[in-house]
Write a protein that binds this ligand. Structure first.
Ligand SMILES: [Zn+2]
Length: 78
C-alpha cells in the first residue's frame, strides 16, 4: 500500500497518465481510500484542466507546492 508521500511523488505522472499500469493501479487504490489525497488529486486535476482549456501551458509549480504544503500541514497536525 502506498503512503501519502508516495502518492504525492507520483501525482504528476498519474495526472499525465505516464505512470506504468501497475503503479496507476496502486495510486488509484490509494486515492480512493485516502480523503486527503483525493482532495489534492481532485483540486490539481481541475486546475490542470482549467489551464489546459485556456492555453497550452504548464501548471505553475506554485499551485502544486501549495497543495502539497497544505497536505503536509494537515498530516503533521494529526
Ligand atoms: Zn494519502
Amino acid at each position: 500500500m502506498l503512503t501519502c508521500k508516495d502518492f504525492l511523488g507520483w501525482l504528476n505522472e498519474y495526472l499525465d497518465q505516464t505512470a506504468d499500469p501497475e503503479t496507476r493501479k496502486q495510486l488509484e487504490a490509494h486515492v480512493t481510500a485516502c480523503p486527503n489525497c483525493w482532495v489534492i488529486y481532485d483540486t490539481t486535476q481541475k486546475t490542470v484542466q482549467i489551464y489546459k482549456g485556456m492555453e497550452p501551458q504548464e501548471l505553475p509549480p506554485s499551485v502544486h507546492e501549495r497543495l502539497v504544503e497544505a497536505l503536509q500541514k494537515k498530516l503533521a497536525s494529526k
